[in-house]
Design a protein around this ligand. Structure first.
Ligand code: PEP
Ligand code: MN
Length: 341
């Protein structure tokens, strides 16, 4: 349930209203916009209706939120959420490019790719140290050593790092080492992990599950938000459909849909979304135009010999041909491309 307050509502009356709501055993989520202040009620509001607030002169309107996601709902927070990560902004009017290999393979590999990306232009460096592979016999990632190599690459280039967490036992390590913690598609409904991440203050890149509906995806975001961490970035990475030509079906229509439903930033992963390196440039451009707040792209110095996802990885020179096009499109869409240099 949402209470829309009258403009200029006196502070004491707002405080009185809030304590009344809290006395009902509910949590309060306040969003102060340019014109209106919105008070979101979090908890079981099924027995409440507008009559409960009719004696409050400052309440202009009472709205029922019918969707099960509340804090992720745009009704709760009409303005776009903007997340600042090491001085780079994600959301509203900014477009980030997160790039790097699927897996960190060696210090030399990640540092040299990071340097290339920095030279060409990137916002963040991605690299998996823990890999959720379909086969237990496939390369599983370098683990802690991989995280160390990522930190070296960050120190050498200044690019903040994004890496995937697979379980709660490494939470403290990830909070300390990584700038954005990625939750992979396979863990989108690992509710224990989501809750724990919600108790941190780290930005979380939450990938859409392989066959998750938008509502299920937003409910996963809700788990993180409900613990107090409001730094959630959604990532559309393709879903499982009957089509087998592409690895997944990149659901670009999810971008405007989720941006309508939610205030959270949405980025797109054209690499996992298609599974084909030659589609990555086109779908990155389409992602920008669809309203996404960024892309996450797999780039490898030697895709043919990559230890994971080589088929969908582009080379640095292919990457270099995409960035200027994104810059032009960003101008048309009135977005700031958050890449250095
Ligand atoms: C990845 O980013 O390398 C990855 C495993 O992604 P997803 O969880 O989307 O499959
Ligand atoms: Mn990958």
């Amino acid at each position: 349930m949402i209470l829309v307050l009258k403009p200029g509502a006196p502070r004491e009356q707002v405080d009185e209203l809030i304590s009344r709501i809290k006395s009902m055993g509910l949590d309060v989520h306040i969003s102060v916009g340019v014109d209106t202040t919105i008070v979101g009620l979090v908890g079981d509001t099924t027995k409440l209706d507008r009559l409960h607030f009719s004696s409050y002169d400052i309440v202009q309107n009472v709205l029922k939120v019918t969707e099960p996601f509340k804090q992720a709902n745009r009704m709760f927070h009409p303005d776009d959420t903007v997340i600042d990560v090491s001085g780079r902004k994600i959301g509203e009017g900014h477009f980030v490019v997160i790039s790097g290999p699927c897996s960190v393979e060696s210090e030399e590999q990640i540092v040299s790719i990071a340097k290339e990306l920095k030279r060409i232009g990137a916002s963040f460096l991605r690299g998996g140290a823990y890999k959720p592979r379909t086969s237990p016999y496939s390369f599983q990632g370098l683990g802690l050593e991989g995280l160390e190599f990522l930190k070296i690459a960050r120190a050498e280039t200044g690019l903040p790092i994004v890496s995937e967490i697979m379980s709660t036992d490494l939470l403290d390590k990830f909070v300390e080492d990584v700038d954005i913690i990625q939750v992979g598609a396979r863990n989108m409904q690992n509710f224990v992990l989501l809750r724990e991440l919600g108790r941190t203050n780290k930005p979380v890149l939450l990938k859409r599950g392989l066959s998750a509906t938008l509502e299920e995806w937003l409910m996963s975001a809700e788990y993180i938000l409900n613990e107090g961490n409001n730094k959630v970035i959604l990532c559309e990475r393709g879903i499982r459909t009957f089509e087998t030509y592409t690895r997944n079906t990149l659901d670009l229509s999810a971008v405007p849909a989720v941006k309508k439903l939610s205030h959270l930033p949405v980025i797109v992963d054209p690499s996992h979304g298609t599974g084909k390196s030659w589609m990555v440039g086109t779908m990155s451009k389409a992602a920008l135009v669809s309203g996404a707040d960024g892309v996450i792209i797999e780039v490898h110095n030697d895709p043919k010999h990559a230890l994971s996802d080589g088929e969908q990885s582009i080379t640095p020179s292919e990457y270099a041909s995409i960035i200027p096009k994104l810059k032009k499109l960003a101008e048309i869409e009135e977005k700031e491309l958050e890449v250095c240099p």
